[in-house]
Design a protein around this ligand. Structure first.
Ligand code: IPM
Ligand code: MG
Length: 354
């Protein structure tokens, strides 16, 4: 029997609309193949939401996404809105959105496609075969800790984690590790920060429930270095909010292009899937963006929220085939490119590979 899923769509700003359209194209292709119906509803967020409603995160968006099975998200922000007061800026909308949705676990894979090993700034032998999953806590830590503020003389933020917050994100990391190479490296700054000491002790406790998983700890500064020196040593990296923000950008560069990597933000009732790159205002509307990160996010949505594993695999294989066949968008045109394509053509090719 055909299954139907309600998918909320947030295209956002910049290249958001172009890349999301391609992901929808590919979703429709797998829908046809596997007899799945996707019911899409579009909601506003970011700069475009501010322009149309005066609020970067309208209530209708929160309600709509909460009532959907999963959300596919493009990107938000751009120079046009950078000078607005902080609470009107697209980024504030995004943080409020994450908090409202309760999406505490942010999964950011960094994998290297063999054909693109030359695209990385690191040597191919260092990065070939890299397959890392950064599990970043997303709605706590210094991003949201109180007190926070600034006056003329000072600015301050507070890094706070409760045992409960650490436990729930640690469980996500260990569960994922069980399905992967069974290794978790927990990142902290326990040599300096009290909050990190609690983090480390709590992760140790959670680890006892997963005896098959090997747990190690690493200071964040060393982890930044090790990611460049020997990235293959990592399987799952478990981090707090700000350390994960920084390390996931670094990890993404192992793959050569930030245009390739998806992410999932999952919580108790809903999950949001988005490319890890931003809205790229400099190339917005030109039709040259790389839609692969968003298409790959759609695959994560099938895998993690809808449990449509076959369909997810079909998308991953279709992307790999496009890469192997030498189709490249501009960002990767210098690497093993046989046919240079634009955003929509890349979507066509991946859809037809399904
Ligand atoms: C990210 C981004 C956001 C963050 C910004 C846009 C608020 O850098 O998703 O990594 O810092 O979390
Ligand atoms: Mg970031």
């Amino acid at each position: 029997m055909a299954k139907t899923y309600n998918i909320s769509i947030i295209k956002g700003d910049g290249i958001g609309p172009e890349i999301v359209d391609e992901a929808i194209k590919v979703l429709n292709a797998v829908g046809q193949k596997f007899d799945i119906t996707f019911d899409y509803k579009e909601y506003l967020m970011g700069g475009i939401a501010y322009d149309k409603t005066g609020d970067p995160l309208p209530q209708e968006t929160i309600d709509g996404v909460k009532n959907s099975d999963a959300c596919l998200f493009g990107a938000i922000g751009g120079p046009k809105w950078d000078n607005l007061p902080r609470e009107k800026r697209p980024e504030s909308g995004l943080l409020r959105f994450r908090k409202n949705m309760g999406v505490f676990a942010n999964l950011r894979p960094a994998i290297v496609y063999d054909e693109l090993a030359d695209a990385s700034s690191l040597k191919p032998e260092v990065i070939k075969g890299v397959d890392i999953m950064v599990v970043r806590e997303l709605i706590g830590g210094i991003y949201f800790g109180q007190p926070a503020g600034k006056d003329e003389q000072k600015g301050w933020n507070t890094m706070v984690y409760s045992v409960e917050e650490i436990e729930r994100i640690a469980h996500v990391a260990f569960k994922l590790a069980m399905k992967r190479d069974k290794r978790v490296c927990s990142i902290d700054k326990a040599n300096v920060l009290d909050v990190s000491q609690l983090w480390r002790e709590t992760v140790e406790q959670v680890a006892k429930e997963y005896p098959e998983v090997e747990l190690s700890h690493m200071y964040v500064d060393n982890a930044a270095m090790q990611l460049i020196a020997n990235p293959k040593q990592f399987d799952v990296m478990l981090t707090g909010n700000i350390f994960g923000d920084i390390l996931s950008d670094e990890a993404s560069m192992l793959s050569g292009s930030i245009g390739l990597l998806p992410s999932a933000s999952t919580g108790l009732d809903t999950a949001v899937y988005e490319p890890i790159h931003g809205s790229a205002p400099d190339i917005a509307g030109m039709g040259i963006a790389n839609p692969i990160a968003t298409i790959s996010s759609a695959s994560m949505m099938l895998r993690y929220s809808l449990d449509e594993i076959e369909a997810a695999n079909a998308i991953d294989n279709a992307i790999k085939k496009a890469m192997k066949d030498g189709y490249r968008t501009g960002d990767l045109a210098a690497y093993d490119c046989k046919v240079k394509v634009n955003c929509s053509k890349m979507g066509d090719i991946i859809a037809s590979n399904i």
